[in-house]
Structure formats: C-alpha cells, structure tokens
Design a protein around this ligand. Structure first.
Ligand code: ADP
Ligand code: MG
Ligand code: MG
Length: 250
C-alpha cells in the first residue's frame, strides 16, 4: 500500500528525516516509536504532504504511484488520513456537520455527487453504532469543551466515516488519559480490516497493550534504527531508547 524509500526531508534548511525506508501493506498496523524530537510527527506530516517540509531525496509510493508531488488534498483522496489535521475548535459546527462536509468535499474533488441525505444518515448510524458513539455526542459543537477522550472520539469517528485506506494517528506526548487511550484503541481495533492499514505514532508502550501492532519501528534522528514485532515495544519499555542511539549501535 505505502512504500517509502530513502526519504529525506528538511525544514528551514535543517534535515529532520534522514533516509527513512518503510513498507506498509494492507491489513497491517505499524507502530512508530522513538524519543521526543526524533522526527515521528515530521514523518506523519511528510506522508500527508504538509507543505512546510521540503523533501530533498527519496520517494513515497501509495499503491505503486508516486505521491511526492501530490497536494495534501490529493493524498487524502487517495485514502490517506492524518489525525490532528483539523482545527481544534469550531464553535457552532456539530460533529455530524463537520464530517458530512469532509465527506462531500472529498467526493466533489473526485468528481462525484454529494452523498444523498438517506445514505449519509445510514452511514452515520452504522459508524456511530459500530463505535458506540451516542446521538448527543454527534450534535455537539466541534471540540468545544471536549475532554481528551471526546476529542479522540471525534477523530476516530471522522476516520470511521471517511474510511481511509491508510490512517496515520499521531498520539503526541501528552494528554492521553485512560479514557482517550481506550477510545483510540477500540476505534482502531474495530475499524481494522484486511484492506486498510494504520501507522500509529506513539510515545506510549501502554497504547500497544490495547492495539497489538504487526510491526514496531524506532526512530532516532530521523532514521529508523530498529524494526521488530510487538516484543520490541516491551523491550523499549524496559530499556528505554538510549541503547538504540545510532552512536551506541556498534
Ligand atoms: P517527534 O514527533 O518525534 O517528537 P518532530 O517530528 O516533532 O519529533 O520533530 C523533529 C525535529 O524537527 C525536532 O528537532 C524539531 O525541533 C524539529 N521541527 C519539527 N517541526 C518543526 C518546525 N515547524 N520548524 C522547525 N523545526 C521543527
Ligand atoms: Mg514531539
Ligand atoms: Mg510528535
């Protein structure tokens, strides 16, 4: 599904990604871990096509097509979803209306007609039931006074509605309480199929107790310094990251 080859990226002339190689197949969940500042969020942004980063070398293929020149919108239409790409608070716009707009914008860009009201309602019902999200939540104003868990519920709901092929979830280093953690884990596990894939960026080994990844990669100074299976996450929990610093790997 996604193939990243020797990816180098800069911001303000400073090299942040330093030769990333990563292949993600349909049906797989990849966890990306690594210390603060190692480039995890940058990698997510570069895959999603955020324009503040300059790709200086390498290639990103989505289903065998290069997306390196594609805009973030084009990448979204190819089925790449990045969490946290939306404004934090939009007072007056409900969770439902926001997601309807997102779906119809995406359809418009693909030359499709707007989704009919009936079909939309059916999809809303189906996905909210699947995720155990109640009606009241769907009519809440977007992110206004949302708890950590509710923000996550909204994000996971957007993901469920948009049905991306590749979801990239960047769980930043703070603010994931146990409720939020459960929402993310239940959402990912519920939405996981053999046809989609997830890149889960996390600082927390604990999240990986709920979402069992197929692969774990450790990023250091913009490079993947180690890849393994879920056992690697346990090893990191025990030993930390220092033993994997490039200079200490002989
Ligand atoms: P992580 O998500 O692993 O904590 P980031 O990708 O956020 O790491 O950051 C990697 C490095 O890139 C850090 O040194 C950070 O300071 C730098 N960086 C990230 N975003 C920017 C930016 N917008 N401007 C300048 N430097 C940045
Ligand atoms: Mg960080
Ligand atoms: Mg980050």
């Amino acid at each position: 599904m996604l193939k990243i080859k020797n990816l180098h990226a800069n911001i303000d002339g400073k090299e942040i990604l330093n030769g990333i190689n990563l292949t993600v197949n349909a049906g797989e969940v990849h966890a990306i871990m690594g210390p603060n500042g190692s480039g995890k969020s940058t990698l997510a942004s570069v895959i999603a096509g955020k324009e503040e980063f300059e790709v200086t070398e390498g290639e990103i293929l989505m289903e065998n097509e290069s997306i390196i020149e594609s805009s973030p919108e084009e990448r979204a239409h190819k089925g790449i979803f990045l969490s946290f790409q939306y404004p934090v608070e939009i007072p007056g716009v409900s969770v439902t209306n926001f997601v309807k707009t997102a779906i119809n914008e995406s359809r418009k860009a693909q030359g499709l007609e707007e989704m009919g009201a009936k079909e939309m309602l059916k999809l809303l019902r189906e996905k909210s039931e699947l995720l155990g999200i109640d009606r009241k939540f769907l009519s809440r104003s977007l992110n206004e006074g949302f708890s950590g868990g509710e923000k996550k519920r909204n994000e996971i709901f957007q993901m469920a509605m948009l049905e991306p092929k590749l979801a990239i979830l960047d769980e930043t280093d703070s603010g994931l309480d146990i409720d939020a953690l459960r929402v993310v884990a239940n959402g990912v596990n519920t939405l996981r199929t053999k046809d989609n894939a997830v890149i889960l960026i996390t600082h927390y080994q604990r999240l990986l107790e709920y979402i069992v990844p197929d692969f774990v990669h450790v990023l250091h100074n913009g490079k993947i310094v180690k890849s393994g299976t879920k056992e690697l996450a346990l090893e990191l929990e025990e030993k930390g990251y220092d033993w994997l610093k490039p200079e200490s790997v002989v």
